[in-house]
Design a binder for this molecule. Structure first.
Ligand code: NAG
Ligand code: NAG
Length: 150
């Protein structure tokens, strides 16, 4: 059985900068498989910073195909100067269902219990092959949890 990896945060130690990153999450599901074997996949994400002035850029690696649509859905300033949540949807057309990784990375993780850890990487391992148990393409776990990670 194939397992979905929703999100893996790797902690790296590096030099400090102004802390502004709170957390991120991503889910994915295949939209359709075409007759030629190409697959379109929908990736939905949320990113939280302490202000709406920061940007998010997911970088794809591997069997990435083409980005066919990117929508920045909302930016919600939950608490002025403390918490801004962005949401977006990325659609990719992949040549096949071999899967890929997409990474959002940066520095400035908010002060937390891991003293001195400021660099962060949110990695989504997109696995779209058919699951042996249900005989259908894999999807990530679906969640709407707010991404404030400490
Ligand atoms: C991605 O775009 C290129 C250039 O337009 C095209 O040749 C290629 O077939 C596309 N890939 C997929 C998976 O559609
Ligand atoms: C994957 O499952 C779909 C049905 O959900 C089926 O049409 C397709 O042939 C399967 N692909 C493989 C490689 O088994």
């Amino acid at each position: 059985m194939l397992l979905s990896v929703l999100l893996l945060l790797l902690l790296l130690v590096s030099s400090s900068q102004g802390s502004h990153f709170l957390g991120s999450m991503m889910t994915y599901y295949p939209k359709e498989t075409n007759a030629d074997g190409s697959v379109s996949v929908i990736l939905r994400y949320k990113v939280n910073f302490d202000s709406c002035s920061y940007n998010d850029q997911w970088v794809c690696g591997g069997n990435c195909g083409n980005e066919t649509q990117t929508l920045s859905l909302t930016k919600v300033e939950e608490v002025t100067g403390e918490w801004c949540q962005s949401e977006g949807i990325i659609t990719r057309l992949l040549p096949n269902n071999a899967g890929f990784k997409t990474v959002l990375a940066g520095g400035g993780w908010i002060d937390n219990i891991q003293n001195g850890v400021v660099s962060w990487r949110a990695v989504t391992d997109v696995e779209l092959r058919n699951r042996s148990d249900i005989g259908k393409p894999n999807t990530s776990p679906q969640t709407t949890i707010l991404p404030a990670l400490r």
